[in-house]
Design a protein around this ligand. Structure first.
Ligand code: NAG
Ligand code: NAG
Ligand code: NAG
Ligand code: NAG
Length: 333
């Protein structure tokens, strides 16, 4: 599997595009302009008739079918399926954990110990079965299912559904992994299917990773506002399945997404001295599930513990110390 939660360095360009030869086109038109205009007038006339017929047919069809709208955005067209702006991204019935909720995160493998005394397990969506999730439920745990929402990973069950045109630059150090154009209708349709998979496995919430491509050399037109739009899209989907959803890192869009997300999952804010960026979640009564990776783990000295755990800006965060590969080993503060 591909550990996309670990920090990586920059990748390779992957850009193509043949510029259209507009000037050639224009001169061709002027040579044959008489024929062109005649055809154009005839074309417009036919188009008006076609539109008239189309509207008539459209109304007939809409009236005929009894509104079984399956709302499955992005039917393969080039148009990005942006979230339905009339849909309320906070609406729905879903789990809303409180600030300070205890947790464990295991992404390297299915957790070997499902009986740890914590309220929440964050585990990989693809690598875990519904029966692992129901075992955790039987032990009284809530389950958050992790997937990468912003990068293509080569070995996932649905990897073949991504198109080359969805890719940005590669993630250096992770062969075969690429930033994704999160505005792509195809990408969004795949992520909608991942949300459906999470729901079918019984996940209480989802942890979509790599939503901060705007902060990286992705080779794509990603910005904080496209990231906000993408999270709104994911939140509407998750909430419609009665699942909660959180932000992953992405400090720049905390304030813009806080209203419709249920928690933050943060890595290394103490190490990078940016825990203040995530405090709005605590102020709103929502957890900041926080990981530090002490260099000496799994052996933690008193001073390493103090630096990970006694940070003023991280007061009230759900802090755990982990090893970089996010195996079973964990210590809380
Ligand atoms: C993405 O950007 C962050 C912040 O600048 C950096 O820490 C990380 O290494 C970058 N990741 C990749 C894959 O370039
Ligand atoms: C947007 O969502 C609302 C509420 O679910 C629905 O009534 C409306 O038809 C949707 N509009 C579009 C364009 O999908
Ligand atoms: C959205 O839904 C929430 C919860 O159901 C509700 O409190 C809020 O008023 C709604 N907002 C809008 C703009 O409809
Ligand atoms: C987020 O909002 C808080 C509270 O209003 C403010 O103090 C903080 O500067 C904002 N963060 C960013 C990154 O703009």
């Amino acid at each position: 599997m591909s550990p996309s939660w670990m920090s990586r360095s920059r990748g390779q360009a992957d850009q193509v595009d043949g510029p259209l030869k507009a000037s050639e086109k224009r001169s061709c038109l002027s040579r044959q302009s008489k024929t062109f205009w005649m055809l154009l007038v005839a074309g417009i006339f036919l188009l008006i008739i076609a539109i008239g017929l189309g509207i008539g047919l459209g109304i007939g069809l809409t009236r005929g079918s009894s509104g079984g709208n399956s709302g499955n955005g992005g039917g393969g067209s080039g148009t990005p399926s942006s979230p339905n702006s009339t849909t309320n991204a906070t609406a729905g019935e879903y789990w809303k954990p409180a600030a300070g909720t205890s947790w464990q995160i295991v992404l390297e493998n299915p957790p070997t110990d499902t009986s740890l005394n914590v309220a929440v397990y964050d585990i990989d969506l693809f690598d875990n079965t519904a029966s692992t999730i129901s075992k955790l439920h039987a032990n009284g745990r809530k389950v958050i299912c992790y997937f990468s929402a912003g990068s293509y990973e080569p070995n996932r069950a649905d990897s073949a559904q991504f198109k080359k045109s969805d890719y940005g630059k590669g993630l250096d150090g992770w062969p075969g992994e690429y930033w994704l154009n999160t505005n792509s209708a195809n990408v969004r349709a795949i992520m909608s299917a991942r949300l459906a998979l999470a729901h079918s496995k019984g996940c209480d919430g989802v942890d979509p990773d790599n939503v901060d491509g705007y902060d990286n050399d992705s080779g794509l037109s990603l910005s904080p506002s496209t990231a906000e739009d993408y999270l709104r899209f994911l939140a509407i989907g998750a909430h419609s399945y009665s699942m909660s959803i959180g932000l992953k890192n992405a400090g720049a869009i905390v304030n813009a997404t806080l209203d419709f997300l249920q928690w933050e999952v943060n890595e290394q804010c103490v190490q990078y001295e940016e825990c203040d960026l995530f405090r709005p979640f605590i102020a709103a009564g929502k957890p900041v599930f926080h990981i530090e990776y002490p260099g000496s783990a799994p052996s933690i000295s008193a001073s390493a513990r103090k630096s990970a755990c006694d940070n003023n800006e991280a007061h009230g965060f759900s802090t755990v110390m982990k090893e970089m590969d996010l195996n079973d080993w964990v210590e809380d503060c």
